[in-house]
Design a protein around this ligand. Structure first.
Ligand code: ASP
Length: 363
């Protein structure tokens, strides 16, 4: 327990830095996402925002203040990282037919959960220290109903189990064996999620010196957090991950925690987080971003302020990456991270884009 306290992650440094740093070195290995996913009208553009120093906003689309001067952009879906491009496609199929945001954010991240090439979400996710793939997920709708599962094993779609927890039980969160048993009762099939590739990575990690010193070449692509607003202007969000690679068995990060990895308030906006969950939890990250928007900040300003709080609360920022993504009721979007490298996918009727987030510092 003590090793998780007071922001001192030194006890876990042996696995922290490999996990966090490796996220940004994998982009070149990702298959390029086809730009045809939205049909003939779809456009894929890779925005190359200039580096955003703290407090500075460089991307024109991030300037909205939610002051009523702009038209509401809806439906819209945004999600973390490059894998969000494919996930947004899944969500857009729902939104473009007039479907609701909750269905969209569930269907969207299910795409990533089933992608065996992705080493940080669902099937194919890297296991914990004991070689067990444990998954965390949560979901929240426009009525502030929410559901979550933590440390669930052998179930391909933890996001759908989280939704069942929300809809079919009086609880918000189930964990471990209880979550697995509940999923099985609800008809979710048992599935081994440890792919040969992920197992090989784990064995390599176990056998190598990388348990004792930073390693930079794991193929991680990080949590997927997704936020959507449907044609009715209702917001929902989802978040799903296999978490910190080679973590201690039983560890939960921010991703299944409502208020940390995800928060939705349909009167204000929604936010999600990615990166070092322990740091996100310490500032109640996503809830903080939404509260900042409630108090008048734009999504971009709110994400920047939350990142600044994380920076202020941690003496040692080495390898400590966190990124926030947010949307307000106008369909304005913001994103910001501690370190360079965070990006997100944004899909509207006009565009399907991968956008580089602003950041406070370079690696
Ligand atoms: N936030 C996730 C966790 O701490 C991991 C990530 O987003 O990279 O489990």
């Amino acid at each position: 327990m003590a090793i998780f306290q007071k922001g001192d992650f030194s006890g876990l440094l042996v696995i922290q830095i490999p996990y966090i740093k490796s996220k940004f070195r994998t982009m070149s290995r990702r298959k390029f996402i086809k730009n045809s996913v939205l049909g003939a009208a779809g456009i894929m553009a890779l925005q190359t925002n200039a580096r955003c120093e703290s407090g500075e906003v460089k991307s024109k689309e991030l300037k909205g203040k939610g002051d009523g001067t702009r038209e509401v952009i809806k439906p819209i879906v945004i999600s973390t990282w490059r894998h969000g491009m494919e996930a947004n496609h899944g969500a857009w199929k729902v939104l473009k037919e007039g479907g609701n945001a909750l269905d969209a954010v569930e269907k969207g991240v299910m795409v990533t959960e089933s992608d065996a090439d992705n080493r940080s979400v669902g099937l194919g996710g890297l296991p914990d220290r004991d070689g067990i793939v444990t998954l965390d997920a949560c979901i929240m709708n426009h009525e502030q109903d929410c559901g979550a599962v933590g440390c669930i094993t052998d179930i391909e779609h933890p996001i759908s189990v989280a939704r069942k927890v929300m809809e079919d039980t009086p609880h918000v969160m189930l964990v471990g064996k209880g979550a697995y048993d509940f999923a099985r009762e609800k008809g979710f099939p048992h599935k081994n999620l440890l792919t040969p590739e992920a197992e090989a990575d784990w064995k390599k990690w176990k056998e190598s010196e990388s348990q004792k010193k930073p390693e930079i070449n794991h193929e991680n692509h990080d949590t997927i957090g997704m936020l959507a607003m449907d044609a009715n202007g209702n917001l929902s969000g989802s978040c799903t991950t296999s978490g910190w690679a080679f973590k201690l068995h039983g560890r939960l990060g921010d991703s299944p925690l409502i208020g940390a990895g995800l928060f939705v308030d349909n009167e204000v906006g929604a936010a999600c987080a990615t990166g070092l969950g322990e740091a996100v939890i310490r500032i109640a990250g996503s809830s903080t971003v939404v509260e900042l928007m409630r108090n008048g900040k734009s999504p971009q300003e709110a994400c920047e302020e939350a990142v600044r709080r994380i920076i202020a609360k941690h003496k040692n920022l080495e390898g400590l990456q966190v990124g926030f993504l947010a949307m307000n009721k106008k369909g304005e979007v913001g994103a910001y991270s501690v370190y360079e490298g965070f990006d997100y996918a944004k899909t509207t009727k006009d565009n399907h884009e991968l956008i580089k987030a602003g950041f406070d510092r370079k690696w």
